[in-house]
Ligand binder design. Structure first.
Ligand code: AMP
Ligand code: MG
Length: 431
């Protein structure tokens, strides 16, 4: 069962403009009906890259474990700086990283210290080697320098300044980055508990679709949606399960939906949801589960289904996307992507929206959200602008390939003048 129950709006409600439900409404309904994956697995640290942390990492140690030198130079007692402007002190020993000075540093003494070496307890300051003059007499060394060149406490890294013992170092739900792997390693932790990868089954529907390697009879098209979906799912770090092309035939469709349901946490279909003669997907989804069908006040990508279906006591979330190749990608970016992040147990999922000026006027009708394909570019002064790619038809996949961002034209927005500010969603780092 969906929890809480889905609101009863299965019959494609429309707003006053006749375009369908606002994007924000659809996004929030989807968000309310998803329950994040609970299952976890333990992986070695290297394999944890791009995985989602399942529980907080509590620091078992202080990092760094001791106060240490931030530069090569001489560790000294800052009290000695106050005595006179020209300081002259004796060098009584040496500390290198991993090998500390074991003696005691008295007043008017210092030790030679290298970056990362543990500070003697008596010392609180490091004067960089570039700032001193070294004097040798017999086998003894002294250094002299102007006390104006150094302040008390300089060039010392403090114990625990990076990570503090018994405090959370990383929070559950974080997508682990290269920096996180290094941070976990700095704590001496070799294995990490991460969320299991989400399994996402997908297939294309349509009698006109042909797979790669097949000949293309008149009136047919090669199935491109499975390739864009595969690419987007791979980038999101989920496990894609490609179930091929399915004809507009209710028996095969039902069998494929049931098979997908038994293998996956989420099912994504494309095509066959618009309510045409050959659109059986919709009736089957109704039969197998609780699925909402929407017309969304959105361009491109209007008809979409969302809900869940059950087969053999296994339940999967379902997205029935439109068939048009651009609409598939738009629906994926704005509805499926946040849902998959949420289901994966990821905590921070907001996309990074930017505001830039449009290089030309854009036509836009109020009453629906439009996602246009844009190219973000720098002018000669280094200022960022966006321009729209040539054709915006929902079948023109080349416009998506050319674009590096989506220009988001909000629900209520009308025509936009050249030079006005618009919101964009860059593709880089989005998935
Ligand atoms: P439909 O939503 O099934 O009515 O399809 C809408 C349009 O998208 C039609 O022109 C289809 O031929 C096209 N289409 C549907 N699925 C695919 C696909 N997998 N690859 C390429 N084009 C598709
Ligand atoms: Mg179709």
């Amino acid at each position: 069962m969906l929890n809480p129950p889905l609101p009863e709006i299965t019959e494609t409600p429309v707003n006053h403009d006749g375009y369908g439900l606002p994007v924000a409404t659809v996004q929030s309904i989807i968000q309310q009906h998803l329950t994040p994956l609970q299952e976890t697995e333990t992986v070695t640290l290297k394999d944890a890259l791009d995985r989602i942390l399942a529980s907080d990492i509590i620091s078992p140690i202080h990092v760094p474990a001791h106060d240490n030198a931030a530069m090569d130079g001489y560790a000294l007692r800052s009290a000695d700086l106050a005595l006179q402007e020209q300081v002259k002190i004796h060098v009584v020993g040496k500390a290198v990283a991993g090998n500390k000075f074991t003696g005691i540093v008295q007043r008017n003494e210092c030790i030679r210290i290298m970056t990362g070496a543990q500070m003697p307890d008596e010392c609180d300051t490091v004067i960089p080697q570039e700032l001193i003059t070294l004097h040798k007499h017999d086998d003894k060394e002294t250094i002299s320098f102007s006390s104006k060149l150094i302040t008390a406490g300089a060039n010392r890294r403090l114990k625990g300044e990076d990570l503090t013992k018994d405090k959370p170092a990383l929070a559950a739900g974080k997508l682990l980055s290269p920096a996180d792997l290094g941070l976990i390693a700095s704590l001496g932790i070799a294995e990490v508990s991460v969320k299991r990868k989400l399994r996402v089954a997908f297939f294309s529907t349509g009698d006109e679709l042909r797979s790669l390697g097949e000949t293309l009879p008149e009136g047919c098209v090669y199935d491109s949606n499975r390739y864009t979906l595969h690419g987007m799912l791979k980038k999101m770090g989920v496990t894609p399960i490609d179930m091929g092309v399915v004809k507009d035939d209710p028996i095969t469709l039902e069998a494929t939906l049931r098979e997908a349901c038994s293998q996956a946490d989420v099912i994504i279909t494309s095509g066959g949801v618009s309510g045409g003669d050959a659109d059986y997907t919709r009736a089957l989804m109704d039969k197998l589960g609780e699925v909402l069908f929407w017309k969304i006040a959105l361009r491109p990508g209007r008809p979409m289904a969302f809900g869940q279906i059950t087969s053999n006591e296994h339940t999967a979330s379902l997205f029935g996307l439109p068939g048009n190749p651009v609409a598939v990608m738009v629906a994926f970016y704005f509805f499926v992507r946040p849902a998959l992040f949420q289901l994966s147990g990821r905590s921070k999922t907001e996309a990074h929206l930017m505001k830039v000026t449009t290089a030309h006027a854009i036509r836009k009708k109020p009453g629906r959200t439009e996602y246009q394909r844009g190219i973000l570019f720098n002018d000669e002064q280094g200022k960022q602008h966006v321009r729209i790619t040539g054709s915006q038809g929902s079948g023109i996949l080349s416009s998506m390939s050319e674009a590096n961002c989506m220009v988001i034209l909000q629900h209520e927005q009308g025509d936009i003048a050249a030079g006005a500010s618009v919101e964009i969603l860059p593709f880089e780092g989005l998935l």
